[in-house]
Design a binder for this molecule. Structure first.
Ligand SMILES: [Zn+2]
Length: 225
């Protein structure tokens, strides 16, 4: 799944292929944001929603509304995953962030910025607590689900936020799910990440099998020559 570069075509497909709610931003969408105001998602929640979708899980209609910043129309059947062809380039992009955040962030970030222009509206949100204005997570309204997905991806590749360093991927090849870890990866944390003990056991078994098979193949080759 990982290791594929995000081509312009991938982004175009991601952007338009899943666009079932094309409507003019900002006015129409912004009018509708009132309906989901007060339900803004934090940056962390948004990142986790993206990872759930990329991992093949689904969001229910209410979650999609909050992810989009406006009610999604037509109503999505609940709960709804993202199509496979949308998950692939997202998966590849996140995989590159895990593998090498420094180089991936630059390229992917530039790509996203170019496509995102004008399709995302960010409104600063405030609450009045007592006599004070308290800042809340920004209300983000996206024109299409593809825009909302790209916006969430952009949070991971924004070097200022450092969220890419908190992204890990299960090393068992049959899993490969992404997880958002609480603190940046640093000294003291094992270099290889697994979702749980079962996946770790499976991952190690798979690794040993592959290693032995490679050794056997080498030995066979050695005998022949
Ligand atoms: Zn796993």
């Amino acid at each position: 799944m990982a290791g594929t570069d995000l081509s312009e075509e991938d982004f175009a497909r991601l952007f338009y292929g899943f666009a079932n709610t094309r409507k003019a931003l900002p006015w129409n969408a912004l009018r509708k944001t009132a309906e989901v105001a007060g339900q803004t998602v934090s940056i962390r929640q948004r990142c986790e929603m993206l990872l759930r979708l990329v991992n093949g899980e689904a969001l229910d209609a209410g979650e999609w509304d909050r992810f989009m910043g406006a009610p999604i129309e037509p109503r999505v059947p609940s709960p709804t995953p993202i199509p496979h062809e949308v998950a692939i380039p997202l998966c590849a992009a996140l995989g590159r962030v895990v593998e090498n955040a420094a180089t991936a962030i630059n390229e992917i970030g530039k790509n996203i910025a170019a496509y995102q222009n004008g399709h995302i509206v960010t409104l600063p949100a405030f609450d009045v607590v007592g006599r004070k204005w308290v800042s809340k997570p920004d209300h983000v309204a996206a024109e299409t689900p593809g825009d909302a997905l790209l916006y969430a991806l952009s949070l991971f590749v924004d070097p200022a936020r450092g969220l890419g360093k908190r992204l890990r991927r299960c090393a068992w090849v049959e899993c490969g799910r992404f997880r958002f870890v609480g603190r940046p990866i640093g000294p003291g944390q094992p270099p290889t990440y697994y979702c749980n003990e079962q996946h770790q056991a499976n991952g190690i078994k798979h690794y040993e099998r592959t290693r032995k098979a490679t050794a056997r193949a080498r030995a066979r080759k050695g005998r022949k020559s």
